[in-house]
Write a protein that binds this ligand. Structure first.
Ligand SMILES: Cc1cc2nc3c(=O)[nH]c(=O)nc-3n(C[C@H](O)[C@H](O)[C@H](O)COP(=O)(O)O)c2cc1C
Length: 190
């Protein structure tokens, strides 16, 4: 077994960065972790002791591949320690930044046959300069509706990296036990 697999679905790279931060945090604790894209995933989740999925919101939705992946891999997700996090801008509001209060994560979990015990929501970033003309205007509309920044010069990251670190600690706890059990099983099989 290969430790923890962190799969990201990311349009602009922040969910990937969060996975990499968790990977680094696990490495500091002596735990192995790999980071890979969920969309078009070529890695076998069965080869890992623990699984984490991190996905961002674009135009009100997680990428459809996220739910497809969960449905196709329900067994490995359920049979090992696993966790899910969502990245979105609605989560910049304190009233909407927990798994119980964030509408996107709640909807994904409601649709998912896998009900991860460990869940998190992280506020994302807003950088109009990186978006194409359509996304830029759509995003401004979303921000206007949500009373967020509408100036095209806005570049702001709302992510609470301390919260990411705390989540990484929780992942480390659940992955640590599974990794040790996997190593014992490997040793017995050798
Ligand atoms: C085109 C576009 C549409 C977005 N739509 C939403 C949205 O509907 N709701 C929301 O909360 N955040 C929305 N966001 C914010 C993203 O979730 C946020 O920028 C996040 O950091 C993106 O993470 P990623 O880089 O991993 O894709 C949108 C971002 C972009 C660029």
């Amino acid at each position: 077994m290969h430790g923890t697999l962190l799969l990201y679905s990311s349009a602009y790279g922040l969910s990937k960065q969060i996975c990499e931060r968790i990977q680094a945090s696990l490495a500091q604790r002596g735990q192995r972790a790999d980071v890979a894209p969920l969309v078009g995933c070529t890695v076998d989740p069965q080869a890992y002791d623990a699984l984490v999925i991190g996905a961002s919101i674009k135009h009100g939705k997680h990428h459809p591949s996220v739910l497809e992946f969960i449905r196709a891999n329900k067994d490995p997700l359920e049979s090992r320690p696993s966790a899910l996090f969502s990245v979105n801008l609605v989560a910049r509001k304190p009233a909407k930044n927990t798994p119980q209060t964030n509408p996107y994560l709640k909807r994904l979990v409601a649709q998912s046959p896998w009900k991860p015990k460990l869940q998190a929501v992280f506020a994302g970033e807003l950088d109009y300069s990186r978006y194409g003309p359509i996304d830029k205007h759509m995003m401004r509309l979303v921000m206007w509706i949500n009373r967020g920044p509408t100036d095209f010069g806005t570049k702001v990251q709302f992510t609470d990296w301390d919260a990411v670190e705390r989540f990484a600690g929780q992942v480390a706890q659940l992955a640590g036990g599974a990794e040790a059990a996997g190593q014992r099983a490997d040793a017995l099989a050798a």
